[in-house]
Design a protein around this ligand. Structure first.
Ligand code: ADP
Ligand code: MG
Length: 167
């Protein structure tokens, strides 16, 4: 697990951009965190680094959006629990079998329907949120061999923001 701290939306986008450099076809990232924690902001930085030029907006009401960059990027949001069946209906298995990269906001909510191999990106507000409204703790957890194999590169990508790192 790698723990980082970002101090602005741009920081979070830059951290995401570094991770996007490591992205491979078929990758899955779960974005976890409360409303406003920065999941969509993270996705914007990730997409920009993949070369996506169009604006990335929250897919809360559309469930899924697709962007073309160095890799095809699928951005999903499964916030509303009653939509989980819809997300599965969207053809998630086909997306997971495809060559794109999939980022799922609130992805932990459908964890049981997803492959074990994923990078979980958890964004949390800090305890002293009133004094540091633009700070977030970002925890990166690599599950499965696909991501474990890249753990050193992930750690390097997060060095600028690293707090401490285990495993
Ligand atoms: P989510 O998708 O998790 O609901 P958003 O990315 O839509 O969250 O919103 C995050 C909000 O918090 C944005 O308004 C963003 O500008 C702001 N923000 C402030 N500091 C940060 C930070 N360090 N990282 C990410 N977003 C931040
Ligand atoms: Mg969002």
């Amino acid at each position: 697990m790698i723990r980082a701290r970002t101090r602005s939306p741009e920081d979070t986008k830059n951290l995401a951009a570094g991770l996007a450099e490591l992205a491979q076809p078929g990758d899955l990232l779960l974005l976890v965190g409360d409303l406003g924690a920065g999941k969509t902001t993270f996705t914007q930085g990730f997409a920009a680094a993949l070369g996506v030029s169009e604006p990335v907006t929250s897919p809360t009401f559309t469930l899924a959006r697709e962007y073309r960059g160095r890799l095809l990027l699928h951005h999903l949001d499964v916030f509303r629990l009653d939509q989980i069946s819809e997300v599965l209906d969207l053809g998630l298995p086909e997306l997971l079998d495809g060559d794109g990269v999939i980022l799922i906001e609130w992805g932990n909510a459908i964890r049981q329907a997803l492959p074990n191999d994923c990078l979980e990106v958890a964004l949390t507000f800090v305890d002293n949120q009133d004094e540091a409204p633009d700070e977030r703790v970002v925890t990166l957890t690599a599950a499965g061999s696909r991501w474990q194999a890249r753990i050193n590169s992930i750690r390097r990508a997060a060095t600028r923001w690293a707090e401490d790192s285990t495993c």
